[in-house]
Design a binder for this molecule. Sequence first.
Ligand code: BMA
Length: 333
Amino acid sequence: MTWKDHGELFVRYRKNPILTVEDWPYQANSVFNPAAAIVDGKILLLVRVEDHRGFSHFTVAKSENGFDGWEIDSKPTFFPDPVNHPEEIYGVEDPRITYIDEMKKWAIVYVAFSNSGPLPALAFTEDFRNFERAGPAMPPDNKDAAVFPVRFNGKWAMLHRPAPTIHTLKANIWISFSFDMKSWERPEVLLYAREGGWWDAYKIGLSPQPLRTPEGWLIMYHGVRQTTPKISYRLGLALLDLEDPTKVLRRSEGWIFGPREPYERSGDVNDVVFPCGWVLVGDELRIYYGAADTSVSVASAKMKDIMEYIMSTPNMSDDAPEVKKRNQSLMYY
Ligand code: BMA
């Protein structure tokens, strides 16, 4: 049987959820939306932990196999520092990790919850013990951000998601560039939320960090559709040009993963799957995701199946005139 027969590209680990608040070494309300990386041969999750004030911080959980045997830091690893970083006054949320080989450091882009709303902030680390904060990258409201691991024509690139101030407008994914990872410029829309009945018709945002593949940068994004009386967070994929990440080559039509199991359907926020990290282990891509804003789960897919799938989705590139009209009707109107 292939994924086409059972219709599911990403297969859930049968013992999900892999981390819950019951596993936590200290008191917390929920553990969810982790960033993920392979560090010193172990799977490292930077887990968002929400306390009983409703504020979040990050704690490292490490495992040899990425499924069980988690070693969890006995106290918060990265705690909001509102005295020196007032943008963190209401906590830090939803981190994404990218290894920057040029700097020999991990870049963590996280949501700092300021008193004017959420914004993307950057911190760097070599060891997930000591962190250098670089402060806000952009003003609020903006979230769902990650950097690419390489420069494009000398510039770093960040994907992010500004929230429209006019509530009838959609929230789209944008891309901005920087020479120094401090000042971000030349923002432009990369992917639009679709319209009408689409599963990603209300807002979209980046999920894990961009992943380089021979065919392009693989992007996983969450899409939200608002129905009465609830919203659902589901996941789709897109592929960006390797040399120019402002060019979208492919985009999935249907969602490829969505809330289905009880631990995804019911929790602090119902019907949410929200990965902030993925790791490639051999030919297997594993997403680590928050389930219902309550616990952490994992699901995996074969890289060759993902690439076969993404290459079978509509071609979005400008040089494919036969699909241009279709793209416009699908994406913009
Ligand atoms: C989004 C983010 C996530 C959260 C999701 C569902 O806007 O804030 O942290 O998991 O909503 O509540």
